[in-house]
Design a protein. Structure first.
Length: 192
């Protein structure tokens, strides 16, 4: 009988603590535009900006009154337009991007500014090339990318607008080029 009481009390406490912790976790959805290019450090094609789409979800875990740990999962379109002698085309890369940002919130009024920064890892989902690599670039572009992102935004109660810059640090080319992703994102979102 005593064992049953201990089990019931332990279960009730665990459920109570779990629901209290879950109530403090912020969940948000976001979507917006990406403006991407590829940075080169040696002789290579001239890359232009490419506009794409980004969408995903974030989770905010409070680390005090103004700080949050904010892991995310985003589907992002990246790549670049390019010009080489005799050809112009576009490289379209789609990634599952997983940032792990530290977010600092300011103020407590109706409009709350915030800044965020942290590392990210990205995993290639698809690669399409127009007028390059015979339209099949899966073997020519690395399957992973990683780097650092930073940005900020404004929160209006549950709605927010956010801008960030992804500074790719990994060489994403499997060819002789030293290619790194550079992506500017603007997103709108809703936090639950």
């Amino acid at each position: 009988m005593r064992r049953t009481h201990v089990l019931v009390i332990t279960t009730a406490l665990a459920l109570g603590l779990t629901s209290q912790a879950a109530a403090q976790v912020e969940v948000g959805i976001k979507a917006g535009l990406t403006f991407a290019t590829i940075s080169e450090s040696n002789l290579s094609p001239n890359f232009d900006s490419k506009t794409g789409f980004a969408a995903g979800v974030h989770f905010g875990f409070p680390l005090g009154t103004n700080f949050m740990l904010q892991p995310e999962a985003l589907i992002t379109q990246q790549g670049a337009g390019f010009t080489i002698p005799g050809a112009e085309g576009e490289l379209e890369l789609t990634y599952l991007q997983v940032p792990l940002n530290l977010r600092l919130n300011f103020g407590s009024g109706g409009v709350q500014p915030f800044i965020l920064a942290g590392p990210y890892a990205a995993f290639k989902l698809s690669c399409k090339a127009e007028d390059l690599f015979d339209d099949d670039c899966d073997n020519d572009i690395s399957g992973t990318d990683w780097g650092f992102d930073f940005g900020g935004g404004l929160r209006f109660s549950k709605l927010f607008i956010e801008a960030r810059y992804n500074l790719g640090l990994a060489d994403v080319s499997e060819l002789e080029f030293d290619s790194k992703q550079r992506v500017f994102m603007v997103m709108l979102g809703f936090a639950f």
